[in-house]
Ligand binder design. Structure first.
Ligand SMILES: Nc1ncnc2c1ncn2[C@@H]1O[C@H](COP(=O)(O)OP(=O)(O)O)[C@@H](O)[C@H]1O
Ligand SMILES: [Mg+2]
Length: 331
């Protein structure tokens, strides 16, 4: 099965003007972002785009304003490859600033970015849209977490609602381990959630703008060597296996359809990556959506794009192109 993408709408790199590739920043995911950013910068430049690196949001704002005062050398659009929350670039704060300044940017707008950063509220939207996601309970300090676990039924996952990279996430198999898992998740700001643990396969599906609509790229099945896809398996281990496409036949069609529906329901734009679990009976569950996914040479979205013949450079071009297509990106 292969997706056929619409022809490129922009062929002249001059149309993009001066493009700030926004990377780095101050979040815990700084190093990954710098790595992604270097890749994007090189790809855009190799295609003739007047792209340059900017490290972090304050530097970007300065550069936009300085360019306006000088009447030249400013920023015509932003390729946002910051990862993380709390003003880290992926949570709607940056998007709001750029809206206020009238500078177009890649990816989701204020609403989609802020919603996707909050796992609890993303799940509420999915449930409201009739989309499948593991049973869960919002938990706060002082709650009877043991009663909550009984209601959901062990095994469970306990995690902060607004973090990434698997930090603060615990798998809980026995009642005796609940308190420790809650204490770990509580170290991070914001709310926590307790979720039914889905035992089975982990999959992810990238969604990319395609003409006037969106197309889901082939799924990737993640097979970590250890028990689950923790921080170590994501960034350190060399032995995590990535199978693309992750499924075949009707199951592959279904996961792609669900990814598109989940992306649209969450108000996301441009591009993103939807994470799933699939239980032993083949039922899919939505876990989260990432609005500025990794773009390092070994990241998942470039892998899925390559599978259908979209090379890294073209992927970057298409993500950027969304900023000049009405309704495709924010403006
Ligand atoms: N409900 C669940 N059932 C099974 N595994 C889960 C569940 N939720 C999360 N996980 C595991 O924990 C990892 C991190 O959780 P996730 O919700 O994706 O947070 P993060 O934003 O940190 O990536 C996932 O990649 C998956 O391996
Ligand atoms: Mg995740």
């Amino acid at each position: 099965m292969s997706a056929k993408f619409a022809a490129l709408r922009v062929t002249d790199p001059a149309v993009f003007g001066r493009v700030a590739v926004l990377m780095g920043g101050t979040s815990a995911e700084r190093e990954v972002s710098l790595d992604s950013g270097r890749g994007v910068l090189e790809a855009l430049r190799s295609r003739g785009v007047d792209a340059f690196a900017v490290d972090g949001i304050p530097a970007l704002i300065e550069q936009i304003l300085a360019g306006r005062k000088a009447g030249a050398g400013g920023v015509d659009r932003v390729f946002n490859i910051l990862h993380g929350n709390k003003g880290g670039g992926e949570d709607g704060v940056l998007q709001g600033v750029l809206e206020a300044l009238g500078v177009p940017y890649t990816g989701s707008d204020v609403l989609g970015s802020a919603l996707a950063m909050d796992k609890i509220r993303t799940k509420q939207v999915w449930i409201g849209s009739g989309l499948p996601t593991p049973r869960f309970k919002r938990i706060a300090k002082g709650d009877d977490v043991h009663a909550a676990a009984r209601e959901i039924g062990l095994p469970i996952i306990i995690k902060p609602s607004c973090e990434g990279s698997s930090v603060g996430v615990s798998r809980v198999l026995a009642d005796a381990d609940i308190d420790q898992a809650v204490a770990l998740a509580a170290r991070y700001p914001g709310e926590m959630l307790m979720e039914q643990m889905i035992v089975g396969d982990e999959l992810t599906v990238a969604v990319l703008i395609d003409g006037d609509g969106y197309t889901a790229l082939p799924s990737i099945r993640i097979v970590p060597k250890g028990e689950w896809y923790d921080y170590h398996a994501k960034y350190i281990a060399e032995d995590t296996q990535y199978l693309c496409p992750g499924l075949d036949g009707a199951a592959e069609d279904e996961i792609r359809r669900l990814a598109m529906e989940a992306f649209v329901a969450a108000g996301c734009k441009g591009w993103g990556r939807v994470d799933f679990m699939r239980d032993r009976d083949g039922k899919f569950y939505l876990i989260e959506v990432n609005t500025a996914p990794g773009m390092t040479s070994h990241s998942l979205v470039p892998k899925a794009a390559r599978q259908i013949g979209i090379e890294y450079d073209e992927l970057c071009w298409r993500v950027l192109e969304a900023t000049v297509i009405a309704g495709g990106g924010a403006a």
